[in-house]
Design a protein. Structure first.
Length: 319
């Protein structure tokens, strides 16, 4: 008969820790960090843990941070390339967001505005589903990125992690340091405690082309209209299929060998003001829009330098 694992320790189980025995008020397992057998102890009441061999210790969030870092560091380039082919996003973008392959699932660490990992989202390539670590609450993906935007900068609010990563890649390649992409964990999820992150920033709502996305747009707009300095809404053309999203858009144009600033311009051309939404629902034309392109697109060397800077920041943040 297996050991009963209390809720407070379920996050460890989500990430492969197999508790084998009980010692007082602690459950015992092999250490996921040094692999030493039966040297990993976790308190059944507090969730505090330590390894009697390698000396690593902390709470559940410390564990998530260390585990996400270890898995990322051990992920081979071939795995990133596989994910790139499947998701239609450059492999380097996944590295910038510190993703990692643990052998069965992809781990997407979620860093809070306080620079701590509060969740690890888990993507199953077989079922194509993504879900949070047990016991962790839904977080805004890229919340820390939002805190780095200066007043007057722009936040692109995307639906889901993949759209966020895809659009972030475009922004980084364009060299826009005053713009960041963040992602809600679901179309209908937007928590009141996230509102303050958008204060005095320009906002672009980039939800999916479906009913859930349109409802999510309305919800986010109502919650943020009084704090953002301006709001624009992504209006998908009528010829786009149900469920079409930012990642699809970026992938489509990337396959056509379009550069990042061109992709940025084309998506920007689809943005409308909130007072145009009802008009567009009635299929009334909005006319052409003037697109402001980056006047001098960065060279490959410039882009690589931006990515190296981004990766270094994330490395320091995790540590």
């Amino acid at each position: 008969m297996g050991i009963s694992v209390p809720e407070v320790l379920k996050p460890f189980v989500c990430h492969g820790v197999n508790f084998k025995s009980i010692s007082g008020n602690q459950l015992v397992a092999d250490c996921p960090f040094c692999s030493k057998g039966t040297h990993f102890y976790a308190n059944k009441e507090t969730g505090l843990w330590d390894c009697k061999s390698c000396g690593e210790s902390g709470n559940i969030y410390t564990f998530l941070g260390k585990w996400a870092q270890q898995v990322h560091d051990e992920t081979e380039d071939t795995e990133f390339e596989k994910l790139s082919n499947e998701r239609g996003i450059p492999a380097l973008a996944f590295k910038a967001w510190r993703l990692g392959w643990d052998g069965t699932q992809w781990l997407l660490p979620v860093v809070s505005e306080k620079q701590t990992i509060r969740d690890i989202r888990r993507f199953d390539p077989k079922t194509k589903t993504i879900k949070s670590t047990a016991g962790c609450h839904s977080q805004l993906y890229g919340a820390y990125e939002a805190t780095r935007i200066p007043v007057g900068g722009t936040i692109w609010l995307c639906e889901g992690e993949w759209d966020c990563i895809a659009w972030s890649d475009v922004l980084i390649q364009c060299g826009y340091e005053d713009q960041r992409a963040v992602g809600v964990p679901g179309a209908g999820v937007f928590k009141p405690e996230w509102v303050e992150l958008f204060k005095d920033r320009k906002l672009v709502l980039c939800y999916d082309n479906d009913e859930a996305g349109r409802n999510g747009t309305k919800k986010a707009f109502e919650m943020l209209k009084d704090v953002a300095t301006s709001i624009q809404i992504l209006k998908w053309p009528a010829d786009k299929p149900e469920g079409y999203d930012v990642r699809d858009f970026c992938n489509h144009h990337r396959k056509l060998n379009k550069k990042a600033n061109t992709i940025f311009g084309k998506l920007s051309a689809l943005l409308i003001s909130p007072d145009e939404v009802d008009e567009l629902k009635n299929n009334k034309p909005t006319g052409e829009k003037e697109i402001e392109y980056l006047p001098n697109p960065p060279t490959f060397e410039d882009t690589l330098a931006v990515y190296k800077k981004h990766l270094k920041m994330n490395q320091e943040m995790i540590n």
